[in-house]
Structure formats: C-alpha cells, structure tokens
Ligand binder design. Structure first.
Ligand code: 9PG
Length: 782
C-alpha cells in the first residue's frame, strides 16, 4: 500500500511494504524530484535499519504546530539486534512549502549504545526538470559554514569546495569535524542547511534542520555522477545512549523553492524562527564602536578613554549606541578576574565613563576558550576538555599559540563561566556582551558527561550564559556555531573578521594565505555578510563586523566604498573600529552617511549564480516616494567596464528611471533599461538610486548625505505652488541634494533663507548646510 502526504506544494510518497525508501515530488511546474531517499541510524557496533515492512504505521493524523496545522504519520520499528528501536515521523504542514521529518531512537537493549549518525537522507537522488533545448542542468550548491567565521558561498557543480590548508591551525575553530571537506570536484558539504539548485530551470531545494538543539547537522552533495546525490545527517558524536534513554533529532526540513523569487530562503528561515518561538517585533539594530581592529590586544585604558571622549564630544556628529571594549583588558584569555597592567582599575570604571558619555557599555569575553598560559589552565586542569589521549584538546592556533577549551559539562567549569558573565553584567556594569570563540564549547573530546552531544553541550552552556546575563542584556555571539545559538543571542557575527587588508596574510606573508577562506580579511568578511544577509532579523540581528575607515589601512578607497556599501545594504549593525581622534573628516563622513541604518536585508539577485553575490537590490520608500537602491560590485581583482541592465535586477526596463550613483555622483536617465556605468575599479561598487521618471512632478533624485539617497528625507509635502521637504543626518555638514522640477521655482529657501538652485544634467542641485536637520521650501508663482 502506498502512503502519500500532500500539501499545495509537495507530495510525499512511500510504500512501506516495498523498498524502505521514499520520494518527494513538487506539485508546481519545474519542481525538482527527490527519490530513493532512505533513513538510517549508525551506531558503533550497531545493527542496520530493519526493513520498512516490519514497521508499524500510524494512520495519518492532524495536529497543530508552530508551522500551522500539519498532517503526520509515524513509522515505529521493533528493536534491532543492538537494542535500538526507532520511530520516524513525517509531517506535512498544510500552509508551508516544506516537509518535516525526524527520527526518535530509544535504547531498549541492556547495554549502552553509541550513536554515530542519525541519517535523515542516507543518500537521496535528485532530479531537476530539463528545459527543452537545454542539455544538462547546471547545478549549484550553497554551502553554509559551521560558525560565524566559516566560509559560506555558492559553488558550481564542477568546482572544488574551498577549505583551509592549515587544518591544525584553522580547522578546530572553523570546521565541524563531522562535516567532510574534501578536495574532490563536485563534492560539497554544508552545516545545518544547504541549497542545491539548477541555474537553468531556476528551481532548487533546501535541505536542513529547523534547529540545532540536539545535534549539529551536516549536508553533503555529490554532483559528480549522472544523478546528483544528497545526504543529510545529525551528528551523533558517539555519545552514549544508555538503556531506556531516548534521543530525537531536530526536525529535518525539505523545501522546494524558486531561485528568482523575491525571498527564496524566507520560508525556511522563518520556519526556523518559529521553531524557536522568536518574538516577532525585534529590537533596533545597534550601532557602536569596538577597540579590536585598531588596538588589538595592545589596547590600554588610555586608548579607551580617548575614544570615549572623542565620541562624547562628537555625539551629535557620530551618535553611536554601544562602546565596546574588546580583547586585551584581561590578564590572559581565561583569567577574567585579573587585568593587564594597562587596565590598572579593571573595566568597571570604564563602564561608568561610557554611560556618562551617553553610550551603552559593551565588553568582549571568550568564556569557553582557554589560553595555555592562563592560571585557569594551571589551577583547574580537571575543567579542560580532553582528547582520547587525555591531552587538552586543540582549540586552534590563536593569539600565536595553540589554545584549548573548557569541558562545559563539568559543573565547576560551568559555575566559573556563569560567575564571569554575571560579574561582567551585574558588578562591572556591562549590559552588552560580545561572546567570542563560542565554538570552543562544541569541540570534540571526552566529556565528564558522555551522554551529551556537542550541540547539547553548547546549547546548555549558552542557556546558562543567558540566565547569568539576564533577559535584558544584549548578547552578541561570535565564533559561534550558528543554529545552536538561535533564541539565546540577540545578535550574531555572521562573518570572518575584517582586516586592514583585502586578502588574508600572516606575519607579512600573503601568497601562502591568499586563499584561506576563514581567516581575517575584508574579502572573507564581505563574502559571508552577503551570503548570510537573509538571516538578518529572522534569527537575530546580523553583525557584519567593523567598518574600517582610517586611511592607514592597506584597503583602497574603492574597497572601503564596497565595504561601506555592503555593510549598509546588508541591513546589519554598524560598528566602527578606528582611533577616532585621528579620523579625517572625509572618512568620518562615510560613517555618517550610513546613519541612520537602513536596517533591512537586501535581495541578493544573483545569489545562486555567483560565488559572491554582486547584484543587490533594496526597494525603499518614504514621503519622497519609492525608489530602488541597487548595488553592482566588481569582485574581480582588476578594473572592468560595467553596464547596468535593469532586467538583471528583475526590474522592468520599459520605463525610464532617474539614476544616481552615490560614490561618484554619476547621474542620468536609463535608456531601454540600460545605463553605462563606465569602469569600476577592482573591488569597487556602483551604488545606484533609481526612481521611475515622472516628468510632470517634482522629484527627489538623491544626495550625497545618506548612502540610500533618500532615507535622509524626513518629510515631503507638495501643493500646486509649493514644495516643502526636510532632511536629517547626524552632524553639521555641507551636502548636495538633486531634484527634478518640471518648472523652475520662483523662490528657494533653506532654513528660511533664500538660496540659489544650480542647473545640472539631471535637473537641479541644491547646496545645503545641514546641522542635524535642514528644511527646504520651493515656491512657484503662477
Ligand atoms: C579578539 C578577536 C576579535 C574579533 C573576533 C576574534 O582565525 N583566527 O586566527 C582568528 C583570530 C581572531 C579572531 C578570529 C579568528 O577574532 O572575531 O572580532 O574580538 O577575536 O581576539
């Protein structure tokens, strides 16, 4: 007897009496097909999956869930020879375009079992519809990295996955050891979720987990053969399942999507948010200053004070919310209660000063990682996470040494971490914590409690951190395996560190490190900021890391403009990290032009077509009208000529648009949906505001005041003989706004003083002195 579960998007078919495999078919045209999908539980010295015909099958039932009503069936299997009995549940939501399923395993035997992997797709075949006239599908795979810094990006089927050549150094922090990273062409892996898509038919499927509370999830794709193969499994970590105990995987999810829809990952990302019962109304996206990328570990209390003072004095010009002290105040990573000589009074007095300067005090802590020279290491060897050889585990080569980690199942280690967190928040006065190197809690090793998976250990450690910090403290995760922190942190670093360089280097050596995918480098940071932009405001607030503005970096002006454009359009936080007393006004102006933050994530138009998205689109509106903010990024290492093609942004090219580029001031009107942009420098960006041309009405065309070229307009009122509008931006600056006016006005006033309009190719330009605000009035005599 065949069983089917169905919703308007999908049909699940399996025949328990037959093969023990299932298939999933899209109901809408052009959908891919998943077939020969099997499940399995891999245990050490374990048995194998019994035939499905021995399963006890429930009749389909309906129930409510966070994902709306769903229909589900259970298959219950009698215990196999190793005592493991399991239940597989398939659930089909009625109003969501995906299938959910999970495996629950119970040890009904008399001996403990060790679970290696819970395979939710042991090996499934995928086929994409062929478009007539097209040869083979052109497959692409979106890989999500394990933690904040781990490379995320899209690969074409004939490529090799990017991986570190420094396994011993970069592996422990950045790579989930249970997610294979091979050099074989066409073999790709991903953490928590992945997308396999076809660039020809524009259809794709997402597989992944709705949470990472129980296990880390891995995805693998083999695109080498005639039929693409997909695997999805929960990392069992060989933990003990004692007699009588039960373990369930997080829900696996399979979602069919269309590559060119406005929000292709939205259905999945929002399901994940619902699964964690995240509140819908989210906090504002914070702005701030961070000490790391200017001072690194050499930071002193004097540096901190100089920058607090600079921000206090420039409050109106640079209104940042958070002032965050980064790594370098503690006497050693791990020894959080003693300070370096350069912080003679610790950090509590600085928190007071930050508050007095009108900002929120923020502090960096790395609660789970341990420096080998710390007292913590000497005094509490029993708190350390150890390898099978009983040596402290390698947590990676950081701060020029091999580091190690705490065993967070050790109650005393956990108590220490809780004390550190609660002291920082409640005694030192920091309501904002950047919690770094969080992967350290989830490294493989022998733990005091051998029953907990690495994901469970990290989750309970983060829960303890949240309890110690209190509900209202803003927690920013960093170096953190992503899924496990959802619902426990307010914000998350989603990228590698930025750097004063575009590509990675180490002690001045560039060539060898050039292709390192997870190392600090502005290129590596921007890669993940874009690929992971859709997570913003769904799972947390995205932190794209600091924007470095000082001229002393090795970054070109074009690279700085790309960095600023990507940070602004990503919608995430804005953090600065320059010594502010030395920052030249023209560089400060770049930061000012990003305030207030846009706050909303862009569409990544070519997300499945390019390694790094190069075409971003935001649709904005306010009193001045609706406009499109488009970015076109030249990721090439050499200058290149570009032409804007509106079709490539899914915009209708029939009408005419006013266009203005923010960085260069290039302006004009599109012709048949196109506009020549000239040569973009290597790593440069064209950032365009486009407004549909309305020849008969006054129109705002843009300005050099705000990167969005429109959000600076706070009011816009128009009558037959008058136009009044206001602009706002921090600080006192001179700016230029551009207008289209069907008739020249008889009078123009700025802040009630008469001024002159200038003619310019796109219409009229108006010079403005803005001191926080300016109001503009144009009048016409009829
Ligand atoms: C403080 C820094 C900053 C930074 C964090 C984190 O691969 N690595 O060698 C590597 C070193 C440092 C690092 C990330 C990776 O930076 O992201 O913002 O807080 O720690 O030590």
């Amino acid at each position: 007897m065949t069983i089917t579960l169905e919703n308007p998007w999908l049909q699940l078919i399996f025949d328990p009496a037959e093969s023990g495999s299932w298939s999933l078919q899209g109901i809408q045209a052009n959908a891919p097909l998943i077939h020969q999908a099997r499940l399995d539980v891999r245990a050490r010295r374990g048995g194998s999956m019994p035939p499905w015909r021995q399963a006890d099958l429930s009749t389909p039932q309906r129930s409510d869930s966070p994902h709306g009503p769903l229909t589900w069936v259970d298959l219950r299997f009698a215990p196999r020879e190793d005592g493991l009995a399991y239940r597989i549940t398939f659930a089909m939501p009625e109003t969501q375009p995906f299938l959910l399923w999970r495996i629950v395993v119970q040890n009904q035997g008399s001996a403990p079992a060790q679970i290696e992997r819970l395979e939710l797709l042991k090996e499934a075949q995928v086929s994409f519809p062929m478009r007539t006239g097209n040869a083979s599908p052109r497959l692409a795979f979106l890989s999500n990295g394990w933690q904040s810094w781990s490379y995320s990006g899209v690969y074409a089927a004939n490529e090799q996955q990017r991986r570190t050549r420094l396994r011993l150094f970069q592996g422990p922090p950045n790579v989930n050891p249970q997610t294979p990273h091979t050099r074989r062409r066409g073999c790709f892996s991903s953490d928590m979720f992945a997308v396999l898509g076809d660039r020809t038919s524009r259809s794709a499927l997402l597989v992944g987990f709705l949470s990472q509370r129980q296990h880390f999830g891995s995805v693998e794709a083999r695109l080498t053969g005639a039929v693409p193969l997909l695997r999805l499994w929960a990392n069992g970590d060989n933990v003990l399942l004692v007699p009588g105990a039960e373990v369930s995987t997080d829900w696996a999810c399979l979602n069919l999507l269309h590559v060119d829809e406005a929000d292709p990952l939205g259905a999945y990302l929002e399901a994940v948010a619902r699964e964690h019962a995240l509140p819908a109304g989210q906090r504002l996206v914070p702005t701030g200053w961070c000490s790391w990328y200017q001072f690194f570990q050499n930071v002193t209390a004097v540096d901190i004070r100089q920058n607090i003072q600079a921000l206090q004095e420039q409050r109106s010009a640079l209104p940042l919310d958070v002032f965050q002290i980064d790594d370098g105040f503690e006497s050693q990573v791990g020894d959080w209660f003693s300070f370096k000589a350069t912080f003679p009074d610790g950090v509590a007095p600085l928190a007071v000063e930050i508050r007095c300067a009108g900002m929120i005090p923020g502090l960096w802590l790395a609660p789970f990682i341990v420096h080998p020279q710390s007292r913590l290491m000497q005094e509490h060897p029993d708190w350390l996470l150890r390898s099978r050889l009983n040596r402290p585990v390698n947590a990676g080569f950081l701060w020029n040494t091999f580091t190690t980690a705490l065993d967070m199942t050790h109650p005393s280690a956990m108590a220490y971490v809780e004390e550190v967190i609660s002291t920082a928040v409640h005694r030192w006065g920091f309501p904002y914590l950047k919690l770094d190197f969080l992967f350290a809690a989830a490294l493989p090793g022998r733990r005091r409690d051998p029953r907990q998976t690495r994901a469970q250990v990290l989750r309970s450690a983060l829960e303890a951190v949240r309890r110690a910090a209190g509900e209202t403290t803003l927690l920013l995760g960093c170096g953190c395996p992503l899924g496990t922190a959802i619902g426990l942190v307010d914000a998350m670093r989603i990228s590698a560190d930025v750097d004063v360089r575009w590509t990675p280097a180490f002690h001045g050596i560039r060539a060898f490190f050039h292709s390192e995918p997870h190392m600090p480098a502005t290129r590596n940071a921007l890669q993940n900021v874009l690929v992971r932009a859709p997570l913003h405001r769904r799972w947390w607030i995205n932190d794209p890391d600091c924007l470095l503005l000082r001229p002393e970096t090795e970054l070109t002006l074009a690279e700085l403009q790309t960095h600023a454009s990507v940070v602004a359009l990503s919608g995430g936080m804005l953090l600065l990290s320059d010594h502010l007393p030395n920052l030249p006004p023209e560089r400060l102006r770049v930061a000012q032009s990003l305030l207030p933050l846009i706050g909303q994530a862009p569409r990544l138009i070519d997300w499945l077509d390019a390694h790094t998205p190069s075409r971003l689109r935001l649709d904005l509106q306010n009193d001045s009208g609706c406009w499109h903010l488009l970015a076109l990024i030249n990721w090439d290492d050499h200058p290149r000529e570009f032409e804007l093609n509106l079709e490539e942004y899914q915009l209708n090219g029939d009408g005419e648009y006013h266009l203005r580029e923010f960085w260069s001031g290039l302006a004009g009107v599109t012709h048949r949906g196109r506009f020549p942009l000239g040569v973009l420098p290597a790593h440069g960006t064209a950032l365009l505001a486009l407004r549909p041309r309305q020849p008969d009405a006054p129109q705002y065309l843009g300005s050099d005041l705000h990167i969005s070229q429109g959000l600076e307009v706070t009011s816009w009122q128009q009558t037959a003989d008058e136009l009044n509008f206001g602009v706002e931006r921090p600080g006192g600056v001179y700016g230029r706004v551009y207008l289209h006016l069907p008739l020249p006005p008889s009078q123009v006033q700025v802040n009630q003083r008469p001024v002159q309009l200038e003619n310019c190719p796109e219409g009229y330009a108006l010079n403005l002195a803005v001191n926080g605000k300016a109001s503009v009035q144009l009048t016409w005599k009829h």
